[in-house]
Design a protein around this ligand. Structure first.
Ligand SMILES: NCCCNCCCCCS
Ligand SMILES: [Zn+2]
Length: 343
C-alpha cells in the first residue's frame, strides 16, 4: 500500500496544550508522524509519495468560507493583538448567548472552537492545508485504481466540523476526501472511524445526507472527549436518517468486545454497497494510550486491518489520533499490514 506524506506537518509545532489547568507539551506532536513514517519504511509497506497541491475548492465542499478565512488569518490577527502566548480560545457563544461572529480575535476564536485543547500557532494553517493535500492525493490514488492508500495526515481531522476546530483538528481530511470521491462520480461512500474518540466532525458534516454512511466506534462520550456528541441515539436526520451509527464502549474495552462492533459496522457497510470506504484511523484505542481507556494490543491491529481488508472495498486510510508515540508506528503499520495481507 502506498503512503502519502508531507514534511510540512512540521509547520504544526504548537508548544502548548491546555490540559488539567496547566499548559503541557501537546499530545499531538510531530514525532507521531515521524515514528509512523519510519515504521512504514522499516516494514517496506510500500512507496512513500509526496502530495499534490490542491486549491481551496475541495476544502470548501465541506468547510464554510468564513471558517477557512478565520483559520488562514487567526495567527496573524492574534499576533497583531500582541498576545504573549499561542492562540487559545477562552470565550464561547454558550447557551443563551448570540450565535454570531464578533470582530475581536478572542470572540472569533471561541466562536469557531469546540475546545481549548488545540492551540493555533504560526504554521498551523500551512500544516493543515498540507494535511488535506495528503488526504486528497491518497484519495486520487484509490480513485485511480489502487486497492488502498494511507494518508499520513498530521494534523488530524475527524473532530473538525464545517466551521469548528478542536480535538487537535482543523480540516476534516476524511470528510474532504469522501466528498472528493462523490464529486468524481461515486454514488455512495462509507466512513468507518476507528479512532478512540467519536468522529463528531465527520458525523455532523454528513448528518443529513444519505450518500455518506458515517460509523464511529468510540469511548463513551459521557466519560470522555468530545463529551457532547457521539451517543447511540444519533442515527442521522432528514434524508440522513439511518445513515449514522455510533457504537459506544466503556473503560477497559478489549479487542474481543471492540471487534463485535467492528463486525456490526462491516455488515452495515456491506448492506450500504459503497463505492469506496474511508477509514479515519486513530490508534488511541491502544492499551498504552495516555488519554484513552480501551485495551487493544499491538497484535489486535493486525486483526483489525485484516477484517477491513476482507470488505473488498477501495479503501482510504486517513491518520487521526494515537498518542503513545513509542507504539504508534507499530500499531498503525499493523493495521496496514493486516489489510494488505489479503492483497
Ligand atoms: N486530557 C485530555 C485532553 C484531550 N483533548 C481532546 C482529545 C482529542 C483526541 C483527538 S483523536
Ligand atoms: Zn482520538
Amino acid at each position: 500500500m502506498k503512503t502519502v506524506y508531507s514534511p510540512l506537518h512540521h509547520r504544526r509545532t504548537a508548544t502548548s496544550e491546555l490540559d488539567g489547568g496547566v499548559l503541557i507539551e501537546p499530545h499531538e506532536r510531530p514525532s507521531r508522524a515521524e515514528t509512523i513514517l519510519q515504521r512504514v519504511r522499516d516494514q517496506s509497506l510500500g512507496e512513500i509519495v509526496a502530495p499534490v497541491n490542491f486549491d481551496l475548492a475541495p476544502i470548501l465542499r465541506v468547510h464554510t468560507l468564513e471558517y477557512v478565512s478565520f483559520l488562514e488569518h487567526c495567527w496573524s490577527e492574534w499576533a497583531a493583538a500582541g498576545k504573549p502566548g499561542e492562540a487559545i480560545p477562552q470565550f464561547w457563544p454558550a447557551r443563551g448567548m448570540r450565535q454570531r461572529v464578533p470582530k475581536d480575535i478572542d470572540g472569533r476564536l471561541g466562536y469557531y472552537a469546540l475546545g481549548a485543547d488545540t492551540s493555533i500557532t504560526d504554521g498551523t494553517w500551512e500544516a493543515a492545508r498540507a494535511s488535506v493535500d495528503v488526504a486528497l492525493t491518497a484519495q486520487r490514488l484509490v480513485a485511480d485504481g489502487e486497492r488502498a492508500a494511507f494518508a499520513l495526515c498530521r494534523p488530524p481531522g475527524h473532530h473538525a466540523a464545517a466551521d469548528l476546530f478542536g480535538g487537535y483538528c482543523f480540516f476534516n481530511n476524511a470528510a474532504i476526501a469522501a466528498q472528493a470521491f462523490l464529486d468524481q462520480g461515486a454514488k455512495r461512500v462509507a466512513i468507518l472511524d476507528v479512532d478512540f474518540h467519536h468522529g463528531n466532525g465527520t458525523q455532523s458534516i454528513f448528518y443529513r445526507r444519505n450518500d455518506v454512511l458515517t460509523i464511529s466506534l468510540h469511548g463513551d462520550p459521557d466519560l470522555v472527549f468530545p463529551h457532547f456528541l457521539g451517543f447511540e441515539d444519533e442515527i442521522g436526520e432528514g434524508d440522513g436518517e439511518g445513515s449514522n451509527l455510533n457504537l459506544v464502549y466503556p473503560p477497559g474495552t478489549p479487542f474481543s468486545e471492540w471487534r463485535q462492533g467492528l463486525e456490526t459496522a462491516c455488515k452495515r457497510i456491506a448492506d450500504f454497497r459503497p463505492d469506496a470506504l474511508v477509514v479515519p484511523l486513530g490508534v488511541d484505542t491502544f492499551e498504552g494510550d495516555p488519554i484513552s481507556f480501551f485495551k487493544l494490543t499491538s497484535e489486535d491491529y493486525l486483526a483489525m486491518g485484516e477484517r477491513l481488508g476482507r470488505m473488498g472495498l477501495p479503501t482510504l486510510f486517513t491518520m487521526e489520533g494515537g498518542y503513545d508515540v513509542e507504539a504508534i508506528g507499530v500499531n498503525v503499520a499493523n493495521v496496514l499490514t493486516g489489510f494488505d495481507q489479503l492483497a
